[in-house]
Design a protein around this ligand. Structure first.
Ligand code: CP
Ligand code: NVA
Length: 352
């Protein structure tokens, strides 16, 4: 774990497969430590005592913000949240100048943005006037969602007891989005078979597939990219959904046209051939008409959006196989692990 101290987490390949696995194991340890405290046992270790952490969001968030904010607090750090509109960032001040200001005042920087190149620029320039570099954590860009992956594969490990190529996780939907790209790379690095089931127009970028194929040779995982839903879901232990229109996009009609056959519903769950296939979803989800976005899509595109959900049906979402709220809770434990490993005082860690 000490080897991760001081490093940024901008995309999955910033860490080795073994380091990703260590982050998952540390997430579980931190979860257990918190449970011990809750049941009246020893209090949690303040690995981030007196550290300052900036939470910069250029897109909205529920889970990622709460995880960093509560997580940092539980670890003894102070946080300041900067919302998409109320600072100079991005409008009156460049990424590079902002990064140098942040690094002068804080010890770590979470950033949710649009272009991955801005994330890289943030990390490159996060250096204070004494030359000290501060770690940057990617809280989601258009291209990657790496912190989500530690929670996701923690959830898979908790469900099946281990990670390996006897487990197949199949993402169904917009295979070019941040979550699909991250699942393909992170899963392959961790030895899990990741299938991406998407129409040709929405299959993962070729450079991302190439990264996964390189790691597959090392780990023995068998990634698959297909537009054939039946072929893709067969034998899957996990079906994974995400929204069809991501933050920063406004192309509902195109996506509804392309993805109409890629909804996760009870029929699709049955096609895996396993009765115990679980559903995962990074959330937020359109599984019924209880949000404004889902209602708008239903009204604006008659006949293309049923009332029983968009990317996943309410029946499956609310069914016994849904693990999306375990996954959401694991965001906090895993984000704490990322902060502890990259910024924490590791002399407090029991095995060091
Ligand atoms: N899954 C996820 O990143 O959720 P938020 O957008 O609510 O942070
Ligand atoms: N693909 C989604 C993930 C949200 C957590 C988005 O970028 O909006």
């Amino acid at each position: 774990l000490r080897g991760m101290n001081g490093r940024s987490f901008l995309k999955e390949i910033d860490f080795t497969p073994a380091e990703l696995q260590e982050l998952i194991n540390l997430s579980i340890d931190l979860r257990d430590e918190l449970e011990t405290q809750k049941s009246g046992g020893a209090t949690v270790t303040k690995y981030l005592h007196d550290k300052n952490v900036i939470l910069l969001f250029s897109k909205t968030s529920t889970r990622t913000r709460l995880s960093f904010e509560f997580g940092a607090d539980e670890l003894g750090a102070n946080t300041v949240y900067i919302d998409p509109n109320s600072s100079q960032f991005g409008k009156k001040e460049s990424v590079a100048d902002s990064a140098r200001v942040f690094a002068g005042m804080a010890d770590g920087i979470e950033y949710r943005g649009f272009a991955q190149s801005d994330m890289e620029a943030m990390a490159e320039n996060a250096v204070d006037t004494k030359g000290r570099h501060k770690p940057v954590w990617n809280g989601l860009t258009d291209e990657w969602h790496p912190t989500q992956m530690i929670a996701d594969f923690m959830t898979v490990q908790e469900e099946f007891g281990h990670l390996g190529n006897d487990i197949t996780l199949t993402f169904v939907g917009d295979g070019r989005n941040n979550v699909a790209h991250s699942l393909l790379v992170a899963g392959t690095m961790l030895g899990v078979n990741v299938h991406i089931v998407a129409p040709k127009e929405l299959q993962p970028a070729s450079d991302v597939v190439a990264i996964a194929e390189k790691y597959a040779k090392e780990t023995g995982a068998k990634p698959m990219i297909t537009s054939d839903v039946d072929e893709g879901v067969k034998g899957s232990n996990v079906l994974y959904a995400d929204v069809w229109v991501s933050m920063g996009e406004d192309n509902w009609e195109e996506r509804l046209n392309l993805l109409g056959d890629y909804q996760i519903n009870a029929d699709l769950m049955a096609k895996t051939g396993h009765e115990d296939t679980i559903l995962m979803h990074c959330l937020p989800a359109y599984h019924d008409m209880n949000t404004k976005m889902a209602n708008d899509a239903h009204e604006n595109f008659p006949g293309m959006v049923g009332e029983d959900g968009i990317e996943v049906t309410n029946e499956v979402f609310e069914g016994s196989q849904g693990r999306q709220f375990e996954e959401a809770e694991n965001r906090k434990h895993s984000i704490k692990a990322i902060m502890v490993a990259t910024l924490g005082d590791m002399s407090m860690y029991p095995e060091s």
